[in-house]
Design a binder for this molecule. Structure first.
Ligand SMILES: Nc1ncnc2c1ncn2[C@@H]1O[C@H](COP(=O)(O)OP(=O)(O)OP(=O)(O)O)[C@@H](O)[C@H]1O
Ligand SMILES: [Mg+2]
Length: 247
């Protein structure tokens, strides 16, 4: 059973038909790429999965269960976490406090469940994991984008997700930071996390994804391994408007 199934999703904004019959799946323990040109509908797809956008038609299935009618916070409780294309970090708080807020919310949710360690331990582990130890107590406003992307990732991880939706997480990162970010995502997936990655850094997507789905003008025009997708003519055209050009 797939971790996530997006089935036949349509989204219309008035006369604008933004998603057409979008269907794809994500597996646990894998990074799945969702790529496509600007305006293709990638962020809208994330909004449908996380529940902030109600689709005109279609369903979202998490672990075999239809979550289409659940509000965003209830989907979060079932294990969906996300980061945002436009960074959404609390600038007046430290990196550590940004992660702590999310960890505390998750802890309160589990109040009556099994103990999962103290918030402080969880936060320390995550800060170390994402590589923020040295700057964890600095105010986020003062941190460069590379660090803020890690703060967002840490905050998403602090909710203990099974599915992580990342909307252009390497935007604003330099080459070295992107490579390290990609390695971290690979490690997280190896530990069982399912990751759906929207990313314009196509070489990164091709390097770390098991499968890639390509959206163009609201439609899935190709799905397959990175090699299959890269060789697909429709994909080449969607990206570059030229048949046969290299991605
Ligand atoms: N709330 C909205 N109302 C009307 N149109 C919208 C709304 N949100 C998005 N759109 C339109 O839907 C289309 C898809 O937008 P979306 O943001 O999902 O694309 P994207 O693939 O994430 O693009 P990018 O790569 O630039 O982030 C665009 O034409 C956009 O202008
Ligand atoms: Mg977008």
């Amino acid at each position: 059973m797939a971790l996530l199934e997006v089935r036949r999703v349509d989204v219309r904004f008035g006369g604008l038909h933004v998603l057409h019959d979008v269907t794809f799946a994500c597996e646990a323990g894998e990074i799945t790429g969702l790529i496509g040109p600007n305006g293709a509908g990638k962020t809208t797809t994330f909004n449908v999965i996380s529940g902030v956008q109600t689709p005109t038609e279609g369903t979202v299935i998490l672990n075999g269960e239809d979550v289409s009618s659940l509000k965003p916070h209830l989907r979060a409780r079932r294990g969906i976490a996300r980061t945002f294309q436009r960074l959404e970090v609390f600038g007046s708080m430290t990196a550590r406090d940004n992660v702590r807020v999310a960890a505390e919310v998750a802890q309160r949710r589990r109040k009556h469940g099994a103990a999962k360690g103290s918030v402080r331990d969880v936060v320390n582990l995550i800060i170390e994991r994402v590589g923020l130890s040295e700057v964890a107590d600095e105010q986020s406003d003062a941190l460069p984008t590379g660090h803020l992307r890690l703060v967002e990732l840490g905050r998403a991880l602090a909710t203990g997700p099974s599915l992580l939706l990342l909307d252009e997480p390497s935007s604003g990162l330099n080459e070295r930071e992107s490579a390290a970010f990609g390695e971290l995502l690979t490690e997280l997936a190896d530990e069982g996390l399912g990751i759906l990655l929207v990313e314009h850094d196509v070489p990164m997507v091709m390097a770390i994804c098991e499968r890639v789905h390509v959206l163009d003008q609201g439609m899935v025009i190709a799905s397959g391994t990175p090699a299959e997708v890269q060789a697909n003519n429709a994909v080449q055209e969607a990206y570059l408007g030229t048949k046969g050009a290299a991605l």
